[in-house]
Design a protein around this ligand. Structure first.
Ligand SMILES: Cc1ncc(COP(=O)(O)O)c(C=O)c1O
Length: 393
């Protein structure tokens, strides 16, 4: 396959007038991903894992290919890890935490700058298991000062890339090593980290990673990548679908999820979103084929420079990333988002599910967030510059 120099060509349906700056929520889907989804629904729409006819055999092959592609993308080995599909990052984190045995866990830890997804899941975990919960402080660069905390027996649930300003957990490897040395576990929220900041996740030794395919150019879908040895530490409470091999009585069943070949069904109760899983495979191939993110970096830098130069604008970022958040010292963020929307510029306003950090710790007013993706063109930034220049004059 020829490598794509400029990924924007793969969004032919996008009109010039539509300036989509909400990729941190859901990225737009490139044509090859839509084609893969359409191909499934129009040519071999069938169930996986149970079917003997040809369509089902093809579905199985493609779904298994996606599992392998996810591991290849993260430079992980099928010998050590398995891939399960679910609804989204939030569901994946809750699914793991709600089934995790707590024999070796003494406390649960997260950080102050997390998305509600890990922030709330750790709250529920602590309350349900009557364990202490500790909220660590993120440094301005996104890292955690490891010397400040005792990680003995800790379950640590943190994000790798912020959905507010793209800051990264730069010392992730040291964190994981420290937690493992203390006998604990690390579960990563990689919702933002699977595209920008992916290198933090490659060859990771974290115990599990949860992410959302809809933030990496694929259809709506959640993914859990877990170490095989994590499976033994879970009490399966969501049972059904492909994980059941046999049922012998009223409350007796045999789980294929306990066999190494079907371990991925551990998190897959019931029929799966086969078409979406297959299209995730297409998205990974597309991402691997994108030659460089130079254009995205350039646009991020340009937008960062524009925002920094606007009177009254307080930018949260201290460096350019594809996710930029800001507020104006006099104008309400929601009104600004509406004004931008009137001109076809789609942004987000509010606290982006980071209420604790943005509101309770930082005491920021609601923010405007502009998040870029591989579909963005230089004309999108021109449109923002023109409109904001006019508004703030
Ligand atoms: C860092 C981060 N974590 C978790 C989530 C939750 O993702 P989902 O809504 O797909 O579960 C998001 C969504 O924006 C996010 O940005």
């Amino acid at each position: 396959m020829q490598r794509v120099n400029n990924a924007t060509h793969d969004f032919p349906y996008l009109s010039e007038a539509a300036v989509y700056l909400d990729s941190a929520c859901q990225s737009l889907r490139p044509q090859p991903v839509l084609d893969a989804l359409n191909e499934y629904y129009t040519t071999f729409n069938s169930c996986g894992e149970r079917v003997k006819y040809a369509w089902g055999v093809k579905t199985d092959a493609r779904v298994n290919e996606t599992r392998q592609l996810v591991l290849r993308y993260l430079k992980l080995k099928p010998r050590d890890h398995f891939v399960s599909f679910t609804l989204n990052t939030t569901y994946g984190l809750n699914l793991i935490l709600s089934q995790l045995r707590t024999d070796r866990i003494k406390k649960v830890m997260t950080s102050d700058a997390e998305h509600n997804s890990p922030f709330l899941a750790t709250m529920t975990f602590a309350a349900k298991n009557n364990l202490p919960r500790e909220v660590m402080t993120r440094r301005d660069d996104g890292s955690i000062e490891l010397g400040d905390y005792d990680f003995d027996g800790a379950l640590v649930v943190v994000g790798t890339v912020s959905n507010v300003d793209g800051r990264r957990l730069g010392n992730i490897d040291e964190l994981i090593k420290t937690v493992h040395r203390g006998g604990g576990l690390v579960v990563l929220d990689a919702a933002q980290g699977m595209t920008f900041g992916k290198e933090l996740l490659e060859k990771t030794s974290a115990d599990a990673i949860c992410f959302s395919a809809h933030k990496m150019y694929a259809p709506s879908l959640g993914v859990i990548v877990a170490r095989r040895d994590l499976a033994a530490q879970l009490d399966t409470t969501f049972i059904g679908g492909g994980m059941v091999d046999d049922v012998t009585g009223v409350d007796s069943y045999i789980l294929s999820a306990d066999s190494p070949n079907h371990i991925y069904t551990k998190f897959e109760a019931g029929l799966q979103a086969w078409g979406e899983i297959i299209a995730l495979g297409a998205a990974i191939k597309w991402l691997e084929n994108v030659k460089s993110s130079a254009q995205l970096d350039e646009l991020s830098q340009r937008l960062y420079d524009i925002l920094r130069g606007l009177p009254g604008v307080k930018l949260i970022n201290d460096q350019p990333t594809p996710i930029l958040a800001w507020y104006h010292d006099k104008l309400d963020a929601h009104l600004l988002a509406e004004a931008l929307s009137d001109q076809g510029i789609m942004t987000r306003s509010g606290y982006f599910c980071c209420h604790y950090y943005l509101d309770k710790i930082k005491h920021y007013p609601p923010l405007v967030r502009m998040s870029l993706g591989l579909h963005n063109r230089s004309s999108d930034i021109d449109a923002v510059e023109k409109l904001l220049g006019k508004v703030f004059k």
